[in-house]
Design a protein around this ligand. Structure first.
Ligand code: GLU
Length: 453
């Protein structure tokens, strides 16, 4: 059977680096297993779901290097959910409940006061057709609950029923269905909560592995029971730890914190974002990998740790700088052209070691082409004037700097910082930057002489 996975965001906001973790885990898993990756929009919440968010999620995933094989939308599949709901109703496994949210809350408070777990007592399941008709006559609409298989024939006599699965990240897991309330699958307004559509899709789309955040562990016991009630076998599950910032603060989609769009706009490389999102919170070292193939090689769900995956947003900058320092010219050529940066491979190789982002190259291109405001301290004026006179004849090459500074050293007795820094400042307007031997060759004779007053 072809390995099939899905990333299933609700298009109710932009995705952030934390959401990219399950997306990438599924993508890498599919690549590793030569399987299929479905992008499924969980958009049954019509009020909060927006087409613009779905578009931005697609764009962000593609930027990260994720190319879905198929895109599905739950809003287009409601008849399949209706059919599954009918099947459960026919089997007596989906029953109407007429309590209002207030009534349910009061009931739960009473249970808590008595020291009992606030589990729904299946009152709806006891109601007769007449009682239901009376609620309907009052104008009440039912919500619908699934009867969990936590009993031996009498649903009012529940007994411990462990659902177990071998989790790809967490090892053996189990949930006692007797500790849970029957889940609501259909709201009183007739719309579906996420649970049933997700299961129906996973069945219809042949999903073999569900890889998602550990916030879904408790749902999994319920979902396995519903897969079975629909006559399907459940997929294999893997629940990974969630990415959080150092102080343990979760990342919220709606706050826009560390959104993929903002990281892209900050000029970060997709592979530094992907490397951090995947490798944080695993037993592997967090290092910037050059491409998706290298990340596929490194990726291993069993290396995901049980504690949370904490990261410092500053780490992203370091990873990005490390990645940029090794980027070959071919990889950045078109982007440099787009930014108006010339100089070919020679320029890129001279400056990349000083760039945190590829965009920083524009700064050094400006240094090469000018204008540059020369910076000369008063005590260096004579030295700079002499430097102008001793500027070597002929073509400016990578050897010119060595010959020039050797001549200046012999003539003035200056050495080290006192020799090099005034020249760097005059020629580049900065007191740090790429190797001057390369910069001088790029700046060339005329620009150099113009900057030596
Ligand atoms: N829409 C769900 C979420 O974003 C999907 C969970 C799942 O992968 O099953 O949490």
């Amino acid at each position: 059977m072809t390995v099939t996975v899905r990333f299933a965001p609700s298009p109710t906001g932009h995705i952030h680096i934390g959401n990219s973790r399950p997306a990438l885990f599924n993508w890498l898993f599919a690549r590793k297993e030569k399987g299929r990756f479905i992008l499924r929009f969980d958009d049954t919440d019509l009020e909060r779901s927006k087409a613009e968010y779905a578009e931005s999620i697609e764009k962000d995933l593609r930027w990260l290097g994720i190319e879905p094989d198929v895109i599905e939308r739950q809003s287009e599949r409601v008849p399949s959910y209706d059919a599954a709901a009918q099947k459960l109703k026919d089997a007596g496994l989906l029953y109407p409940c007429y309590e209002t949210p207030d009534e349910l809350e009061r009931r739960r408070s009473r249970q808590r006061a008595l020291g009992r777990p606030p589990v729904y007592d299946r009152a709806g399941l006891k109601q007769t057709a007449d009682e239901r008709a009376a609620f309907e006559a009052e104008g009440r609409k039912p919500h619908w609950r699934f009867v969990l298989p936590n009993h031996d024939g009498d649903p009012f006599e529940t007994s411990r029923t462990d659902v177990t699965w071998d989790d790809l990240c967490r090892g053996s897991q189990s949930v006692d269905l007797a500790s849970l309330s029957d889940p609501v699958l259909i709201r009183a307004d007739g719309t579906y909560l996420y649970t049933l559509p997700s299961i129906v899709d996973d069945i219809d789309m042949g999903v073999t592995h569900v890889i998602r955040g550990e916030d879904h562990v408790a749902n999994t016991g319920v979902q396995i029971a519903i897969f079975e009630a629909l006559g399907a076998s459940a997929p294999i599950f893997g629940h990974h730890n969630l990415l959080t910032t150092r102080d343990g603060e979760g990342l919220s989609k709606r706050k826009g914190a560390l959104s993929i769009g903002s990281l892209r706009e900050a000029g970060l490389e997709p592979m530094s974002v992907a490397s951090l999102a995947v490798l944080t919170g695993t037993s592997q070292a967090v290092e910037p990998l050059p491409d998706m193939n290298a990340l596929v090689e490194k990726f291993d769900l069993s290396s995901v740790s049980r504690s949370s995956a904490k990261f410092d947003p500053e780490e992203l900058k370091n990873l990005n700088a490390r990645l940029v320092h090794d980027l070959p010219f071919e990889a950045v050529k078109d982007r440099l052209t787009g930014m108006g940066v010339g100089g070919g491979a020679g320029f890129w190789e001279a400056v990349r070691g000083n760039c945190e982002t590829v965009g920083d190259a524009t700064l050094y291109w400006q240094v090469v082409t000018g204008p540059v405001t020369a910076h000369v301290d008063d005590e260096d004026r004579d030295f700079i004037a002499r430097a102008r006179e001793l500027f070597p004849e002929g073509d400016v090459t990578e050897d010119t700097w060595g010959a020039w500074t050797a001549a200046l050293k012999a003539e003035t007795g200056r050495k080290g910082r006192g020799l090099f820094m005034p020249l760097r400042r005059a020629l580049t307007g900065m007191d740090h930057g790429p190797d001057m031997k390369l910069m001088l060759a790029l700046i060339g004779r005329q620009n150099s002489l113009d900057r030596l007053p």
